[in-house]
Design a protein around this ligand. Structure first.
Ligand SMILES: Nc1ncnc2c1ncn2[C@@H]1O[C@H](COP(=O)(O)OP(=O)(O)OP(=O)(O)O)[C@@H](O)[C@H]1O
Length: 242
């Protein structure tokens, strides 16, 4: 098999006496959509923070495209191709939707010219259904549009690996369906994805593999159906006694 795009090798992280990530080993290959599941507080967002560099591990190594990035700063990881959305969207509220994207494109993208970044942002706004909101202030957006903007901003940084943190929560069925289609189109474009999501049916519509965490430890990693059918996953994640 080809070199993985991302590898976490035996990563651990404690916050004081709390063991939030325990000996996690994980690989993601180009073209994969890895779904991440786990109960509240299991350590899913911390896993993203360890990948994006917002948190540094106590032990273990992180590699991206074959390079050791264990101690690399977040902005450098972003420029290397790791884009992320945050669970709580915090756009620049006093800036327009378009300006928010431009910040991402100029910061993380590979554009030397503003006109290139402009074109790219317009394309992303079109794809994410935000083109009609381009000149609106981000602070006035609905929940769905805030989630779209969070994803659009991450896309503007031109990621090869996109980390999505609970983007479907709180959406109506129809809105979640639209979001799934958007994520599928991003995947089809060749961008690899890791998606933390409690809305399981949305996740299953996209994930090529599932990774389940419990108390910071890996509980399961494999094909989605197999993982969802596992007695241990049903017990821990869905609260079903088997
Ligand atoms: N910076 C921090 N300092 C101290 N404790 C933290 C910190 N970040 C996270 N934690 C704790 O680590 C544990 C795991 O948090 P994390 O946000 O990674 O879980 P999660 O699986 O994403 O949860 P949720 O599904 O509720 O979003 C929680 O108990 C949380 O309170």
């Amino acid at each position: 098999m080809s070199t993985p795009l991302l590898t976490l090798d035996n990563i651990s992280k404690n916050f004081g006496s709390l063991k939030v990530t325990q000996n996690i080993t994980l690989s993601v290959h180009k073209g994969e959509a890895l779904g991440v599941l786990g109960p509240n507080g299991a350590g899913k967002t911390t896993l993203f923070n360890l990948i994006s560099g917002d948190v540094l591990p106590d032990t273990g190594r992180v590699h991206f495209k074959g390079q050791d990035i264990t101690r690399t700063l977040p902005h450098k990881r972003c420029r290397a191709g790791i884009g992320r959305s945050y669970q709580i969207a915090l756009p620049f509220e006093g800036m327009t939707v378009f300006e928010n994207l431009m910040v991402g494109a100029m910061f993380g993208g590979n554009h030397t010219r503003t006109s290139e970044a402009n074109d790219r942002c317009a394309t992303i706004l079109e794809r994410t259904g935000l083109i009609g909101r381009a000149n609106q202030l981000a602070g006035g957006l609905t929940l769905l549009d805030r989630k779209r903007l969070e994803l659009a901003r991450a896309l503007a940084t031109e990621p090869e690996l996109l980390l999505l943190d609970e983007i479907a929560g709180g959406l109506t069925e129809h809105e979640a369906h639209e979001l799934v289609e958007l994520v599928q189109s991003i995947l089809a474009q060749g961008i690899s994805i890791i998606w933390i999501e409690h809305v399981v049916h949305a996740l299953l519509a996209v994930a090529t593999r599932l990774f389940v965490i419990n108390f910071g430890e890996k509980l399961a990693d494999g094909p989605p159906r197999e993982v969802m059918d596992s007695a241990e996953v049903k017990r821990v994640y869905m609260g079903i006694a088997v």
